[in-house]
Design a protein around this ligand. Structure first.
Ligand code: S3P
Length: 176
């Protein structure tokens, strides 16, 4: 299979299922799974909310860039990225070079329903999280598409069904 030597990388907005689907994909292909947010939290010893509170978003993005560069140098892994990883051009280039990038496309209204009440994501601690999702979608949809080789339309129902769709998408891509 064409891309088996490279990595599988998932990008998309918060709540699009990168971590859950990434874990399942890694299990399916029996590859190590990495999540850039988890690595940032492990290294710093504090939560993402605390990093945002103390160092601001810029501080978090600097940590994120270093972790993405490091994870992109690994081979044969599945990588779930934080929703804002594509904001940096360096990250976008590193991700694309390191393997097959898949954008998990979910509409803002669906994302809002999925993560309603979430306290762990600092960008959603606003009065109107739906408006925030719409804004992030407007800003980032183009960046995800620019970074990704493939787009997976994730509907309202995901889970096992999304995994099957993703595997099929990768299979079709590798045949071309
Ligand atoms: C962010 C998404 C989060 C995390 C941080 C910022 C973003 O990751 O990196 O809260 O800018 O969209 P998830 O997409 O895994 O929630």
């Amino acid at each position: 299979m064409e891309n088996m030597a490279g990595n599988f990388i998932l990008v998309g907005l918060m709540g699009s299922g990168k971590t859950t689907l990434g874990r399942r994909l890694a299990e399916h292909y029996q590859r190590p799974f990495h999540d850039s947010d988890h690595v940032i939290v492990q290294r710093s010893g504090v939560s993402i909310s605390e990093i945002f509170a103390v160092e601001g978003e810029d501080g978090f993005r600097a940590r994120e860039g270093a972790v993405i560069a490091e994870l992109c140098s690994l081979k044969g892994i599945v990588l779930a990225t934080g929703g804002g990883a594509v904001l940096s051009e360096d990250n976008r280039n590193a991700l694309r070079r390191s393997g097959l990038v898949v954008y998990l496309h979910v509409l803002p209204e669906v994302l809002f329903k999925r993560v309603r009440g979430d306290r762990s994501r600092p960008l959603l601690q606003v009065e109107d999280p739906l408006a925030r999702f719409r804004q992030l979608y407007a800003e980032r949809d183009g960046l995800y598409r620019e970074t990704a080789h493939l787009v997976l339309e994730v509907g309202v129902v995901s889970g096992r069904h999304a995994l099957r769709q993703l595997i099929e998408l990768i299979r079709q891509h590798s045949e071309n």
